[in-house]
Design a protein around this ligand. Structure first.
Ligand code: IVH
Length: 676
């Protein structure tokens, strides 16, 4: 990214990207970028903001720890902020880190503790007179989520410790590699998505409102921080680890005292060699100054201490054989080439396949069947193909040639000019039908439990369904269903029940589930709100569609075309006749007399009486407001909480009506939307 051109634009763009990635990481537990890519963007932002400090705002990702998102857990304020760690990637950066410490402290012979950087989620545990009274996630570092009940269900967290008085410790909740393997077998058996890695699985198992799920998931912990160690006359990090071990906490046994950069490098090397054989995932080494008395002298940035840092392992690149290139067909008919590779262990799991995106991607790398290629995991999650080892290319390896017919239905495939992808246009292609039924039933779409990929495939293979609408006729086949090996009375009852319940889903879920090109969850929500029922949407012309905020002409065209296609009209009519909800249930609830009704509103800053998502939902669903993420001339009202940031400034600049948190709170009480 060029730092010289319009820095404010670059800063805003970087912030937007980083916030998106933080949301994916902390809320969805599903990253679309690697840690290294995230860190690179964060470092670019740090550089730009230190060059242009006038643009630093409190809401910048550089100023706070990620994870500031709403959930249904009770909030808890941490007595001492839960900070994050700065990152280093090489020897030079480690030397800069230790030099900064040496420059502050006179004595140049520092001791450091090197520890595993466990890939899990941080947790804070508070004990009063030996009893566990509170467990919290990190959240935004200031406020976390109360997960006490979940913590009671993690075997390695002691509910009682032999210490009379108050004590808080912090550490990492993780899932072992072995537990993940077992869990994923169960997930797949139940037709559910497997977890991509130990961290996602730990997050999905800990942040569960139903704590019995946490209990089943066999989470484990490593505790590494003693809060306010001086209270217990503990002088060093290593001593703190031993003290906590004596109290009954699990302490990682790889922690080691080192004395200089060379010893730090040796530790990193040794741990790197051991990494794959450890029973848990690590993504680096945490280097902490051992002498706790020096912490206050060395100090902190807004996000992280200066007395510790995290060395991040580079992504592991492993050579492997490209055995074949095979093609899959998505629900839209898009053809995706995939690398079939010799089973290869990368960053802890065995890889056999990796996407090759499209024809151009393969040609740009000149990948040939038989080649030896490097493979790595982006963000330690998604396998990605790297370069070809040309010296190992077999003499007879032929250049790649794209297929010209659909691998499933054998009809001709097409690539439009300017597009990267080929499409199978046959709407009856079995692969397209399979993918569209899977998508329709997905958790984020109609959320039909028991209709994961394996079961959908089975039902199609057994001809019990031929298309989406048939799902709602499955009850006619309960006899056949009960006789599918391994299904039985109970699972058929549960499946039919889940199908029945899905009829009451919101309009936005249905619109997303239909798989209209370009219509993701967000657009589905906009359409449901704008049109209130499917008939209005089906009758909308191009001009009406493209006039809607956030819907561009290309998207409008795809939506318009979808509802003109005979097959789609037929599907919607069938679903309607089977009783699937086609109206916006929220709209009927919205109070048109509300002060907020019809207004375009932006919420900024933190509200003390309810979470931001909760407030947005209330305003949208019960008060009939339209929520927007940015302030513009079209904004009617900006509601300002604590630490509002740049949206507040923009509202002042554009002279937009501002409502304080107190005024907002009072109005909601007056309108009876919340109780006093
Ligand atoms: S110390 C103020 N030690 O890494 C420093 N963190 O990237 C507090 N982590 O939020 C953290 N292993 O969730 C520390 N041995 C370890 C760790 C560790 C994993 C996580 C932790 C932290 C994150 C920062």
């Amino acid at each position: 990214m060029d730092n010289e051109i319009n820095p404010i634009d670059q800063i805003l763009k970087l912030r937007e990207l980083l916030k998106k990635y933080e949301y994916e990481y902390y809320v969805l537990n599903q990253s679309s970028v690697s840690d290294a890519e995230y860190d690179k963007l964060m470092n670019q932002l740090i550089d730009l903001e230190s060059k242009y400090p006038q643009f630093i705002t409190p809401d910048s990702p550089t100023q706070k720890v990620g994870g500031t998102f709403d959930s249904s857990f009770k909030k808890v304020r941490h007595n001492t902020p839960m900070l994050s760690l700065s990152n280093v990637y090489n020897e030079e950066e480690i030397r800069t880190f230790t030099k900064r410490i040496d420059d502050v402290i006179d004595n140049k012979l520092q001791e450091y503790v090197c520890e595993c950087k466990i890939d899990g989620l941080s947790i804070a545990l508070s004990y009063e007179n030996g009893v566990l009274v509170k467990a919290a996630t990190r959240g935004d570092g200031i406020t976390g989520e109360d997960i006490t009940l979940n913590a009671y269900n993690i075997a390695s967290i002691p509910q009682h410790i032999p210490y009379y008085g108050n004590i808080e410790v912090r550490g990492e909740v993780y899932m072992s590699k072995h537990t993940l393997e077992e869990l994923n077998i169960i997930q797949e058996r139940q037709g559910k998505e497997p977890f991509a890695n130990c961290r996602n699985a730990a997050a999905g198992s800990l942040r569960q409102l139903d704590y019995t799920i946490t209990k089943q998931r066999n989470l484990e912990t490593f505790i590494y921080t003693l809060v306010e160690p001086e209270k217990y006359e503990i002088k060093s990090q290593y001593e703190a680890l031993q003290f906590m071990k004596k109290l009954g906490f699990c302490i990682n046994k790889e922690a080691k005292i080192v004395h200089n950069v060379q010893e730090i490098l040796d530790y990193i090397k040794d741990l790197g060699n051991k990494r794959n054989s450890l029973p848990y995932d690590i993504d680096g080494v945490v280097i902490k100054l051992n002498d706790l008395d020096q912490y206050s002298t060395i100090g902190y940035t807004a996000k992280a201490p200066k007395w510790a840092t995290a060395y991040k392992f580079p992504p592991e690149e492993v050579p492997c054989k490209l055995l074949d290139i095979v093609f899959t067909v998505g629900r839209t008919g898009r053809i995706t080439p995939n690398a079939v590779i010799e089973p290869t262990k990368v960053a802890g799991s065995t890889i056999t396949r990796s996407t090759l995106h499209n024809e151009d991607y393969i040609l740009s790398k000149d990948l040939r069947i038989g080649d030896t290629i490097y493979i790595h995991k982006a963000g330690d999650v998604i396998p990605e193909v790297g370069d070809v080892l040309l010296e190992r290319r077999p003499k007879d390896a032929k250049p790649f040639k794209m297929i010209d017919t659909c691998p499933i239905c054998k009809e001709k495939i097409y690539r439009e000019e300017g597009e990267a992808d080929y499409y199978c246009l046959n709407i009856n292609c079995p692969a397209r039908i399979l993918e569209s039924v899977i998508h329709f039933c997905d958790r984020k779409a109609m959320n039909i439990d028991g209709m994961g990929e394996a079961n959908v495939k089975l039902l199609l293979d057994l001809n019990l369904i031929e298309n989406i609408a048939d799902i709602y006729q499955l009850y006619n086949h309960s006899y056949e269903l009960k006789h599918i090996p391994g299904w039985g009375e109970k699972s058929v009852y549960n499946l039919l029940n889940a199908i029945e319940n899905s009829k009451n889903n919101s309009l936005e879920r249905l619109l997303f589930a239909l798989g209209i090109l370009q219509v993701g969850e967000k657009t589905a929500k906009i359409l449901a709100k704008e049109f209130n029922n499917i008939d209005n949407l089906m009758n909308a012309d191009m001009a009406t569609l493209s006039n809607i905020d956030n819907i561009g002409p290309i998207m409008a065209k795809d939506i318009y075309n979808f509802f003109k296609e005979e097959k789609n009209i037929e599907l919607i009519n069938k679903l309607k006749s089977y009783g699937v909800n086609m109206v916006n249930l929220n709209a009927q609830k919205a109070d048109s007399n509300s002060f907020f009704s019809g207004k375009t509103i932006v919420l900024t800053g933190t509200l003390s009486f309810m979470g931001r998502t909760e407030a947005s939902n209330l305003l949208e669903n019960e008060c009939g407001a339209k929520m927007s993420g940015s302030v513009s001339k079209k904004t009617d009202l900006v509601i300002v909480g604590d630490n509002p940031g740049s949206k507040y400034d923009k509202a002042l600049e554009l002279n937009i009506k501002i409502l304080t948190e107190e005024e907002f709170h009072n109005l909601l009480i007056e309108e009876g939307k919340i109780l006093l």
